[in-house]
Design a protein around this ligand. Structure first.
Ligand SMILES: Nc1ncnc2c1ncn2[C@@H]1O[C@H](COP(=O)(O)OP(=O)(O)OP(=O)(O)O)[C@@H](O)[C@H]1O
Ligand SMILES: [Mg+2]
Length: 241
């Protein structure tokens, strides 16, 4: 018989603390004459390892939401915790540090540097992390090889197809071994075959346990996520989950 003070084995695993936690998040842009509330009170938790898709009409606030989650921009109201840390109170340097260490980004336009070859593009974030050149090269090469680009290391962006460029961008995003990968319409500029390849990569990353947040206009691609979050006028539309 076990001693009386032994804790009973939990029947189910305890819920993990969210890696992303937005509470009543507001983002008002003051750029023009009329302020724009791009986020008007978003409350959203994402668990570690979860894959969520964000959908919504043009101008609904999806990219703004991703910028906030990715520590590219701060909030004007509400709060944001990332990986247990209150980012609403973080200064610019800390935001940049968290972004560089823990977050990978993939964009619709790939955003590769045109004067650098594939290998050098993937190395860029590691340069900022202060990793030694030999180690950078080894890691970048391994990341590109894992994505089927082992024979394209010395190609410049204009010598690569759209699908290949996006895979280089994914390799660059993964090279720093982020906790979270954020993708803003990653297949928006790709033909359907390349788009499917990108989704297969995401499925694989999801299976490996990375947290994924992907903005998409494509219902079929969104259905591959664990959960679809619909944004409308800067709010999460709870009516149509
Ligand atoms: N830097 C900015 N300065 C001022 N207003 C902005 C800025 N970025 C976005 N906005 C405004 O905030 C609102 C939300 O924009 P956002 O880019 O988040 O939409 P979206 O859902 O990503 O749209 P799309 O599907 O077209 O990419 C829009 O009205 C937009 O004009
Ligand atoms: Mg957008």
């Amino acid at each position: 018989m076990p001693p009386l003070d032994a804790a009973p084995a939990p029947a189910i695993a305890p819920p993990q603390a969210p890696v992303i936690s937005l509470l009543d998040a507001e983002k008002v842009y003051q750029t023009g004459e009329v302020p724009v509330a791009a986020l008007a009170g978003v409350t959203l938790d994402v668990a570690p390892g979860e894959f969520i898709a964000i959908m919504g009409q043009s101008g609904s606030g999806k990219s703004t939401l991703l910028s906030v989650v990715g520590c590219l921009t701060g909030l004007t109201g509400g709060s944001y915790r990332f990986d247990g840390e209150d980012m609403s109170r973080a200064g610019r340097n800390r935001l940049a540090e968290v972004r560089n260490r823990k977050i990978g980004f993939v964009f619709q336009q790939f955003n590769l540097l045109p004067r650098l070859d594939a290998l050098a593009n993937v190395e860029v974030p590691l340069v900022y992390s202060g990793i030694a050149p030999a180690e950078r090269r080894t890691r970048a090469r391994a990341e590109l090889e894992a994505l089927g680009l082992g024979r394209r290391l010395g190609h410049f962006p204009n010598q690569l197809s759209g699908g290949e460029q996006q895979r280089v961008a994914i390799a660059r995003a993964l090279c720093g071994r982020p906790r979270v990968l954020l993708a803003d319409e990653p297949t928006g500029n790709l033909d359907s075959k390349s788009g499917t390849e990108v989704m297969e990569i995401f499925d694989r990353l999801h299976a490996q346990g990375i947290t994924l947040v992907m903005v998409t206009h494509d219902e079929e691609k969104a259905r591959r996520a664990d959960r679809i979050v619909r944004v409308r006028d800067g709010r999460v539309d709870r009516a149509v989950v």
